[in-house]
Design a protein around this ligand. Structure first.
Ligand code: HEC
Ligand code: HEC
Length: 289
């Protein structure tokens, strides 16, 4: 464990040096002199590199890119908090976490009612993301004056034409949406991060059941079916508002029912976006004024 700790410590120095550069210029600009043991993959000067050392470095880089695509739009690229997700580097849960025992369950199950979607990560991907978060925590803990780094420029990098293709094709958005129908003018209603958040999480993170678009179809013992807006659900009772505006409820044990929540498609979609397709779709939506 001591070996591992010191390795993580070395890595944090690496990222301190390396990430002192702005994210945007990270790829193009390399620091002139890099500590040998901490050189990122692909750099030639790795004199002390052993396979054991290369592995966590790659893991942090993998974690970083997973984090950038899956988590950064809410938690910020540096995990220090974004528009809609808390600062993970100052989180008590992260503080307590050992090898993902606390972070893992949050990522896998989400906190759907609070705006954190669940992620279906492999163990290896999860471990990489966890390592990256701890890495960032170490880095932020040693830094004065935390700052937020969801960059406005990050939101301007998409290609609207490709976003349109994704929208109509692979993304499947056109199954439920139309640019001249429900999404007409969406970019006038929401801008920048607000539009991104809306696109990723339209239910809103504080949306209660009353604002949920879920519907339910209840089949009564007689065989009659009643469909309506899901209005109530607990352990025992299911309730809906039917087409004429009446609230009706049943004991779950007495009926069969099927809940249909169209926003589930959005949660699933979160796991499918790449950073690129997400920015492209956002760029496309920004044309819908
Ligand atoms: C759509 C926005 C969103 C995305 C995407 C997202 N999160 Fe979150 N996350 C949140 C919100 C909101 C909370 C706070 C939930 C609460 O208040 O309990 C949260 C909470 C957490 C927490 C618990 C923090 C604490 O102190 O309780 C962890 C850990 C976390 N997120 C990790 C991740 C990771 C890792 C990813 C990417 C795989 C991710 N999140 C993606 C919105 C998001
Ligand atoms: C299975 C149906 C379905 C699919 C597929 C789907 N959405 Fe949605 N989307 C919804 C529902 C339902 C809402 C919530 C509508 C509301 O609250 O007004 C919504 C809301 C939105 C909003 C917010 C609209 C507003 O006016 O607030 C945006 C933006 C959006 N979706 C974008 C997308 C994109 C981009 C895709 C494809 C990657 C997509 N959606 C795929 C069902 C879907």
């Amino acid at each position: 464990m001591a070996v591992c700790d010191s390795r993580v410590f070395l890595l944090s120095i690496c990222l301190l040096v390396f990430r002192g550069l702005s994210f945007a210029s990270q790829q193009s600009a390399q620091p002139a002199s890099q500590p040998a043991a901490t050189a990122p993959q692909g750099t030639a000067s790795v004199s002390r590199s052993t396979p054991q050392q290369a592995t966590p470095t790659e893991q942090v880089q993998k974690g970083q890119s997973l984090f950038a695509t899956q988590c950064a739009f809410c938690h910020g690229r540096d995990a220090a908090g974004g528009e809609s997700g808390p600062d993970l580097t100052s989180s008590e849960l992260v503080e307590k976490d050992v090898n993902g025992n606390e972070i893992g369950p949050v990522v896998r199950s989400g906190r759907i009612d609070k705006g954190m979607p669940p992620f279906n990560f492999s163990d290896a991907d999860l471990a990489a993301v966890v390592l990256f978060i701890h890495e960032q925590k170490t880095r932020m803990d040693s830094k004065q004056g935390r700052r937020r780094t969801v960059q406005a420029e990050d939101l301007q990098t998409g290609n609207a034409e490709e976003g349109k293709q994704y929208f109509n094709g692979a993304g499947g958005c056109a199954k439920c949406h139309s640019p001249s129908g429900d999404l007409a003018g969406v970019a006038s209603r929401f801008r920048g991060l607000a539009l991104l958040e809306r696109m990723l999480y339209p239910g809103g993170r504080r949306a209660g059941p009353s604002s949920s678009p879920a519907t339910v179809t209840v089949t009564l013992p007689s065989g009659e079916t009643v469909t309506g807006k899901l209005a109530y659900r607990d352990e025992f009772v299911i309730g809906l508002v039917d087409s004429s505006g009446w609230y009706r409820s049943w004991f779950k044990s007495a009926v069969k029912f099927k809940v249909n929540n169209p926003l589930e498609a959005h949660s699933e979609e979160l796991g499918k976006y790449t950073e690129e397709s997400m920015h492209n779709v956002l760029a496309y939506l920004q044309t819908l004024r």
